[in-house]
Design a protein around this ligand. Sequence first.
Ligand SMILES: [Zn+2]
Length: 172
Amino acid sequence: MSKVLVDRELLERTAAHLEWDGSEPMTTIQFAQKCDGLAGELRRSIAQPAEAEGIGHDTIVCWNCKENVTLEARDDEEGFCPHCMCELDLSDYLINANAALSAVTAERDRLLVDLERAHRATNSECMDWAREYERRKEVQAERDQLRAELEMLRDNNRKAAISDAAMAAKEA
Ligand SMILES: [Zn+2]
């Protein structure tokens, strides 16, 4: 599996966005646009190899005294910490680093899947809303049409009544 470095702050912003409970004022379109923005940032992180961020730099932290130890200083002490003289087994560091990277990679993959899902859900919500809007417009047009017809019938009725009255007056 190839590894990449993803900024924790970016992961946190993505997670916070995915957890959006609708309480903040934001339209679904704004939500979708922010999804696109975050997806772009994640894509750029994926495109950047871990080496570019300085993985493989030559400093480790002593597991015992927590001091920074350069690999050169460790070599000078034949594999021991120059501060506390504990043995520093590099394979342990490698295992830990791999585990940490795997966790970050898994988290990134999970967030990407969530992001994609949220984006799809938002899009379908937008479609539902658009359909509802169209339906309402149709109902309104129908109502206006019926009102106009009713108005016309009333008008005809009024005219008929007037002409009846005029007829009656003439006969009288
Ligand atoms: Zn130490």
